[in-house]
Design a protein around this ligand. Structure first.
Ligand code: 5AD
Ligand code: SF4
Length: 453
């Protein structure tokens, strides 16, 4: 029995794909990369924007043709499977198994029953502890699911439901398993990790309640568990409390990488998005981060062309980008999602306007990424090398700040942790060498940069 699981969308989906694969492996499935070699194809779908939905639709069209020729079971899971839109698509293309993201541990019974539809959230079905990994240097650990915010553009609260935290005992047990298996970097995952434990009655200012620590406290526990690198995604500025910044400053294992989605720099747009904070509040958080973690890498998510966004609003987003100086940004064109408050109350704007703004924002992003990447030239960094780079004789990895970096194989013969000096930077990545050989090339490189600057 051969299965092919295709993943669309976010890291949460990637984690769920692993969870599904290990459950399928438990009943004898092996895995193939191509649909044509599989008896079972599962699409782990995303519904956050229109594009990933279109991709799923077109893949299901191909699979329907394939099904006519041979015995093939098709499953759909993830956020789209949870929505009425997904149910319609599933019925139209003859999907056999539908599983919402709140039911990932139901895959085996679903296959055994042949047909299974689950649109109910069941907290106890939310989490799955995978078996220890083999030869894996990085791993994700889900600490919570769902989102209690109600951003008007976002379908996630509908598909993934309210916030549910995983117990600290389960999280720490999984972290210990990963440490013992030699994992060097763990990423804590959730739609809004900063509000960890709040579904158990704690708040930012109350102590541990019901056995659930605050996110900052959990971060400290994981940071002291013996794994050299700890990361977390995603944060919400409203819940990114000061104690998280202090914990990061005090705990060496926690990578100084902060992904803090801003979405827009205009207070008027932020209000229409129901983001719950102002530009000034956001910048105050950034100020604290810069003060306590001066070398932190900061990235963000930005939506352009939200309904009613004027050129002046967009200019505020550009100026906020300058004020923060992001290392990188994930930039999205607003995509109207059926069932969201924004779709109901606001009118979409012409596509050309949105594309034009996106292009200008991308220019801004490139400018800043290159500028900040260049500031690393001459500095020593820790590199987690994961495998071969596309160039012969080179290996690829990432720094603690999450920059992609390429180093010679002579410095890093096999995957693992190394130290390198950055010798060269592009808007997209860094290049490093060992400390001995780098002094000369850095001097030469800095001269060139001087000429470019
Ligand atoms: N249109 C465009 N981008 C969206 N995002 C969420 N919903 C939408 C939408 N309807 C973006 C946000 C979020 C990221 C995961 O996806 O920027 O942070
Ligand atoms: Fe969506 Fe907003 Fe929740 Fe993020 S915080 S998942 S954008 S509702």
């Amino acid at each position: 029995m051969r299965a092919c699981v295709l993943t669309y969308g976010c890291q949460m989906n990637e984690y769920d794909t692993h969870a599904i694969q290990s459950q399928l492996a438990g009943i004898g499935y092996s895995f193939v990369d191509h649909v044509k070699d599989a008896d079972l194809v599962i699409l782990n779908t995303c519904a956050v924007r229109g594009k990933p939905v279109d991709k799923v639709r077109s893949m299901l069209g191909d699979l329907r043709k394939e099904k006519k020729k041979r015995n093939l079971t098709v499953g759909m899971m993830g956020c789209l499977a949870q929505l009425p839109e997904g149910q319609e698509i599933g019925a139209k293309y003859g999907v056999d198994i539908m599983l919402g993201p709140g039911a990932i541990t139901e895959i085996v019974p679903a296959i055994q029953r042949g047909k299974f539809q689950s649109y109910e959230f069941k907290a106890e079905l939310n989490f799955y502890t995978p078996p220890p990994p083999k030869d894996q240097l990085t791993a994700h650990v889900t600490i919570m699911r769902g989102c209690n915010h109600k951003c008007t553009y976002c379908i996630v609260p509908t598909t993934r439901g309210p916030e549910v935290s995983r117990t600290p005992a389960d999280i720490m047990a999984e972290v210990e398993t990963l440490r013992a298996a030699g994992v060097l970097e763990v990423s804590l995952l959730g739609q809004n990790v900063n509000s960890y434990g709040m579904d158990h009655g704690r708040s930012e200012h109350r102590p541990v309640l019901d056995g659930f620590p605050s996110f900052a406290e959990l971060l400290r526990m994981v940071g002291n568990a013996g794994i050299p690198r700890v990361r977390f995604i995603t944060s919400h500025p409203m819940n990114f409390s000061e104690d998280i910044v202090y914990t990061m400053a005090e705990t060496p294992a926690i990578c100084r990488y902060i992904h803090l989605p801003v979405q827009s720099g205009s207070n008027r747009v932020l209000k229409r998005m129901a983001r719950e904070y102002t530009r000034e509040f956001y910048l105050e958080r950034v100020r604290l981060i810069r003060e306590l973690l001066p070398d932190a890498t900061m990235t963000t998510d930005i939506i352009v062309g939200f309904p009613g966004e004027t050129e002046a609003d967009f200019q505020e987003t550009l100026s906020l980008y300058e004020e923060v100086g992001y290392d990188m940004a994930y930039m999205f064109i607003y995509s109207e999602r059926e069932g969201t408050p924004a779709a109901k109350h606001f009118d979409d704007m012409p596509h050309e306007v949105k594309v034009d703004r996106l292009m200008r924002l991308i220019e801004k992003q490139k400018e800043w990424s290159w500028k900040l990447n260049r500031s690393w030239v001459g500095r020593e960094v820790e590199v987690l090398v994961k495998g071969k780079a596309s160039e012969e004789g080179f290996m690829q990895g990432h720094t603690r700040g999450n920059h992609t970096i390429v180093v010679p194989q002579s410095l890093a013969p096999k995957p693992g942790l190394y130290r390198a000096t950055v010798t060269h930077a592009t808007p997209h990545m860094l290049y490093g060498e060992s400390a001995e050989v780098s002094a000369r090339s850095v001097a030469a490189r800095l001269e060139v940069l001087g000429a470019e600057a």
